[in-house]
Design a protein around this ligand. Structure first.
Ligand code: FAD
Ligand code: AMP
Length: 469
């Protein structure tokens, strides 16, 4: 008999959720994770909890409070004479949030009887894993099934090698101990925009260089245009079509060379963040040797139920690509666990929500207009400027846009730029998951005054019957 029914490799949001669900369903489960935090201690939760979703939101929230006090509090009749930033305190608060949540995973493992194993896992057989502990000692474990959830690491580019001092990746950018005066960011994806926003709100002069000609190329075009304008107003200098070609470090400064439609350009900054995407993590895993297919971009190939080419070995989360988002990985983990227990679980990739936590936030689910080529659709659009709650809040930028099938009224896409877009999008996810129509949203009673009324109004707008705009 094998040591375990299931061994999960990786305790990020894909892996730890898979492990907990397996254990809940009666499988003897272990989860192996190698993460060592900046204090040299093992820490569960993967990228998301340690150096991703959670610490970035902690800093986004702190920096937003400062920005609000500086720029907007006075309009609410609140003034503060000695407003100041204590970066060390801000970072300490972030660390406390991270610690609480990462330790929480340990408690969840305990409560659900998941065996947590610290160390690096390597596949040495279809049902055999070698674990190297942090002290170098090795053990071999046997298991009926394996779930690979080894996640991803920041992608590197040869033209901007990180030195962890002046040129950093997202992890380094979450740990600055002071506010850089001039900050460069390569990449205007979610991570570049969020980290650029944090330091810009705290006073950095931020320049973002993005190789693509379009801002947020995968988002709704109108939303992207509004978001770009708003972020520019906040001080983010975003250069599109600007491809970085080299960097040099001298005198405690970084010179970034880039090429745009005007030719060769240079930018001088005190710190540079490289935020050019993430790379799947299969290093030293032994996956290829076992016959697991890895594609040219390094992602593990899986079938629709996340099984690799080797029966009994599954892969979930960032390591298989698709939307590299925590919630996508978690749901894949649940699906695999439940199918191992004989359930018929499936996952709906069409309703994975996307969020960019700028201020205000960008969130969407479903198709953009560009993706609806050849489909007849109607659009309902409602501006937050016409929302009573947004007015009361004092934050009226942005809009809700709803795309619905012209014939059936079925919801095809919902796109939001505005405060709490990350929360508002859930209503759209629910509606779309139930194959809802714009009429369904329009008929639902929304509490007043709420920001969600903007979603309601946009749904009414699909049929040209908005009340407040
Ligand atoms: P990971 O979280 O990367 O976890 C993988 C784990 O496996 C790690 O702990 C790693 O140490 C371990 N591991 C790897 N190889 C081995 C091995 N051989 N043996 C043992 N252990 C191993 N996503 C969102 O949805 N929302 C956000 O707001 C968001 N913000 C982000 C902000 C930043 C700055 C960054 C960098 C990312 C953000 N993401 C966000 C992306 C999100 O963090 C990832 O999509 C998510 O963490 C992927 O989960 P995962 O479980 O697949 O992998
Ligand atoms: P994401 O993958 O969404 O995190 O976004 C990363 C962004 O970095 C993408 O929009 C890329 O176009 C951009 N990018 C990658 N390499 C470069 C480069 N050399 N110069 C400028 N932008 C880049």
């Amino acid at each position: 008999m094998a040591d375990y029914n299931v061994i999960v490799i990786g305790a990020g949001p894909a892996g730890y959720v898979a492990a907990i669900r397996c254990a809940q369903l009666g499988m003897k489960t272990a989860c192996i994770d190698k993460w060592i935090n900046s204090e040299g201690k093992s820490s569960l939760g993967g990228t998301c909890l340690n150096v991703g979703c959670i610490p970035s939101k902690a800093l986004l929230d702190s920096s937003h409070h400062y920005y609000f006090m500086q720029k907007h509090a006075a309009t609410h009749g609140i003034t503060c004479k000695d407003l100041d930033i204590d970066v060390a305190a801000m970072q300490a608060r972030k660390a406390t949030v991270v610690k609480k949540l990462t330790q929480g995973i340990g408690a969840l493992f305990k409560n659900n009887k998941v065996t947590s194993i610290e160390g690096t896992a390597r596949l040495i057989g279809n049902q055999q894993i070698e674990v190297t502990a942090h002290d170098g000692s090795k053990q071999t474990l046997t298991t009926d099934n394996i779930i690979i959830a080894t996640g991803s690491v920041p992608a590197k580019i040869p033209v901007a090698p990180t030195d962890d001092k002046l040129i950093v990746d997202s992890t380094g950018a979450l740990a600055f101990d002071s506010v850089p005066q001039r900050l460069g960011v390569i990449g205007a994806g979610a991570i570049g925009l969020e980290l650029g926003s944090v330091w810009s709100r705290l006073g950095s002069q931020v320049t973002i260089l993005e190789a693509l000609p379009d801002f947020l190329a995968t988002a709704d075009r109108k939303i992207a245009t509004f978001a770009q304008r708003e972020l520019k107003k906040q001080g983010l200098d975003i250069h599109l079509g600007a491809s970085v070609t080299g960097t040099t470090v001298a005198n405690n400064e970084v010179t970034v060379s880039y090429k745009d439609d005007k030719g060769e350009q240079q930018l001088l900054v005190d710190k540079l963040i490289v935020a050019v995407g993430r790379k799947p993590n299969t290093e030293s895993l032994g996956a290829g040797e076992l016959g697991i297919q890895i594609n040219e971009r390094g992602f593990i190939e899986v079938d629709e139920f996340r099984q690799t080419a080797v029966p009994g070995i599954y892969a979930v989360g960032d390591v298989i690509g698709g939307p590299m988002l925590a919630h996508k990985g978690s749901e894949e983990g649940v699906m695999v666990a439940e199918r191992l227990a004989g359930h018929k679980s499936e996952m709906s990739y069409d309703t994975v929500p996307w969020v960019i936590y700028t201020w205000p936030e960008v969130a969407w689910v479903g198709k953009t207009e560009a993706e609806l080529k050849g489909v007849a659709y109607k659009v309902g659009q409602f501006p937050f400027a016409a929302s009573g709650r947004a007015q009361a809040h004092g934050d009226t930028s942005g809009m809700v846009r709803i795309l619905a099938d012209a014939e059936t009224d079925r919801l095809l896409g919902v796109h939001i730029f505005g405060i709490s877009a990350s929360e508002l999008i859930s209503e759209a996810v629910v509606a779309m998951e139930f194959d809802g129509s714009a009429e369904d949203l329009a008929r639902m009673i929304h509490a007043h005054p709420t920001l969600a009324e903007a979603v309601h109004e946009a749904a009414l707008g699909v049929d040209g019957r908005m009340i407040h705009a």
